[in-house]
Design a protein around this ligand. Structure first.
Ligand SMILES: Cc1cc2nc3c(=O)[nH]c(=O)nc-3n(C[C@H](O)[C@H](O)[C@H](O)COP(=O)(O)OP(=O)(O)OC[C@H]3O[C@@H](n4cnc5c(N)ncnc54)[C@H](O)[C@@H]3O)c2cc1C
Length: 507
């Protein structure tokens, strides 16, 4: 019998398990479907190498529907560290206005003043640690490439941004800042400092923290309105029941809602359609899927030798606001030193909608724990998102035409055919917009008065005792930033509450 079982050793789960197990009297079990590498020497190169994402060696093999009729691969990390172990290591925070909006939905603990201490606690900012809004002693080191380490495409990006009149911003995580910046990144040289490296490595020595890798949680056990245990399939294929006083679900924005539904917690009609016994009808589970739709311009370089798949893919960032928008920093533009194509050298520039109005949904395909859920993004169906992706893409094309960048390119590979009209760009967005890989919101926080809220602001599941959800799925909306730091911040914040305010959780 454990005090706490944490399901999923991802960005949130590692931070939460590490913080909660700081109390030596609290026996914590961290359960992870993927493998665990207990030191860097035994860690495979794809997880160490932060210059590019790891897409397949430690992946769930999912796919998603970005827009109607398309089925596209959807990477998610399956290993201790979760998606933080396979990602690009962009370490951006949401803007204060994101959290003002969260708080306004009935979540006062999650206003900017409420989240800033957790953002500070998680980081060791090697450039600006002494600034009031930064931390200098957390488990995740954050650094920006200096000009001397910038590769050619990123130097050209800064030159183009300057020519287009965007301001420079030394610290993209400055709360009120915007403009062209060196990207803050949680990497040291090539090393990706995932949450397995930053949080688990120092915590795994504790006798009160157990880690069970290669153990798939098949469902939660609900007895008389209380979550009392988890059912797992262990590495030998055997089914086990493990009990705890509190269960924390941190399997990420795709798997957490799927596990809830398989356990009889979700929209009644959907559960019944799959023959799952309904323990509680929770209509919000799987709804409110929020992400960052994106579309890139790709170019063929004049000098193929410029494309080096062994160099950093990302070094720079532009955070800015769409014309006439009342949502500050609702757009991002990113230079990509190379694209995924290995057969033909290419580089690109991505335009990304950071403040998304539309929502997708996630549905069970089957009650089988090995069956992937259906992930339906509905990108660009909300006109406000479409208009801003079109505006952003126009700006991306302006970047591509700036001499600093145009001089590096032989030609534009996508889109073909000169200057596209807005109508044509809108068509491209509807056909080709893809995910920033930032799904969240599928078990959202909200007060009990919100019928679509799944958990309260402490992460406690409405109407089910002994169950917390703490990962990207509880975000009410995607923040205007890549989501890793915010997912870690959630694990930090709820982990700290578990340690310092255990009575809130019945511990
Ligand atoms: C390729 C890629 C690139 C990205 N790049 C960036 C970036 O540069 N910057 C950024 O900010 N964000 C990035 N993201 C997004 C960011 O990494 C995620 O938002 C964040 O890691 C989500 O954290 P989480 O804890 O919610 O989920 P995850 O980190 O995905 O953790 C979930 C964990 O639960 C485990 N799990 C799931 N189901 C089960 C089960 N049934 N039983 C046991 N364990 C289970 C998973 O294996 C995983 O370890 C990227 C994501 C991807 C996939």
């Amino acid at each position: 019998m454990f005090d706490l079982i944490v399901i999923g050793a991802g960005s949130s789960g590692c931070a939460l398990a590490a913080r909660a197990s700081e109390d030596p009297n609290r026996h914590v079990l961290l359960v992870e479907a993927g493998p665990d590498y207990s030191d860097l020497r035994s860690t495979p190169f794809d997880l160490v190498n932060s210059h590019n994402n790891s897409y397949s060696a430690h992946d769930w093999g999912l796919s998603y529907l970005p827009t109607a009729g398309r089925d596209v691969r959807f990477p998610r990390g399956r290993v201790t560290g979760g998606s933080s172990a396979v990602n690009t290591t962009i370490a951006l925070r949401g803007v204060p206005e994101d959290f003002a909006e969260w708080a306004a939905t009935g979540l006062p603990e999650w206003n900017w003043e409420g989240v800033l201490p957790a953002y500070r606690r998680l980081e060791r900012d090697l450039d600006f640690g002494e600034r009031a809004w930064h931390g200098d002693a957390g488990p995740i080191p954050i650094r920006r490439y200096p000009a001397s380490e910038m590769t050619l495409p990123h130097l050209a990006f800064f030159e183009a941004a300057k020519a287009l009149g965007y301001p420079e911003c030394a610290d993209a995580n400055e709360p009120e800042g915007w403009g062209a910046s060196p990207q803050p990144m949680n990497k040291l040289g090539r090393l990706r400092v995932s949450c397995a490296v930053g949080y688990l490595a120092p915590a795994r020595i504790r006798p009160n923290l157990d880690i069970r890798p290669e153990t798939l949680v098949t469902r939660l056990i609900i007895e008389n309105g209380r979550c009392t245990a988890v059912e797992v399939r262990n590495r030998t294929g055997a089914i086990e029941i493990i009990r705890a006083r509190l269960i924390v679900l941190a399997a990420g924005a795709i798997m957490s809602p799927a596990i809830l539904m398989r356990s009889g917690l979700g929209p009644r009609a959907q559960l019944e359609a799959h023959g799952v016994e309904v323990h509680r009808d929770i209509p919000g589970v799987g709804q409110n899927l929020s992400d960052h739709p994106a579309l890139s311009v790709t170019m063929r370089p004049k000098d193929p030798a410029m494309i080096d798949h062994d160099a950093p893919i990302i070094q720079s960032i532009l955070r800015y606001t769409a014309p006439g928008s009342d949502k500050r920093c609702d757009l991002q533009i990113e230079m990509l030193s190379f694209t995924g194509r290995r057969d033909e050298p290419q580089f690109g520039i991505a335009g990304v909608v950071e403040y998304q109005h539309g929502r997708g949904e996630l549905r069970l395909a089957s009650a089988d724990p090995d069956a992937a859920p259906v992930i339906d993004m509905h990108f660009c169906e909300d006109d406000r998102d479409l208009e801003r992706l079109v505006a952003c893409y126009r700006d991306v094309l302006d970047f591509a035409r700036q001499p600093a960048i145009a001089d590096l390119a032989e030609d534009i590979v996508f889109p073909r055919g000169g200057s596209p009209t807005d109508e044509r760009i809108a068509g491209l967005c509807r056909r080709f917009a893809g995910s920033g890989y930032h799904p969240c919101g599928t078990a959202k926080m909200g007060p009990a008065s919100d019928p679509m809220a799944v958990v309260d602001q402490q992460g406690l599941c409405h109407g089910v005792d002994g169950l917390v959800v703490a990962d990207a799925s509880i975000m009410p909306a995607v923040p205007r930033a890549n989501t890793n730091l915010t997912a870690i911040m959630i694990g930090e914040k709820i982990g700290e509450w578990l340690r310092t305010r255990p009575a809130l959780y019945g511990l």
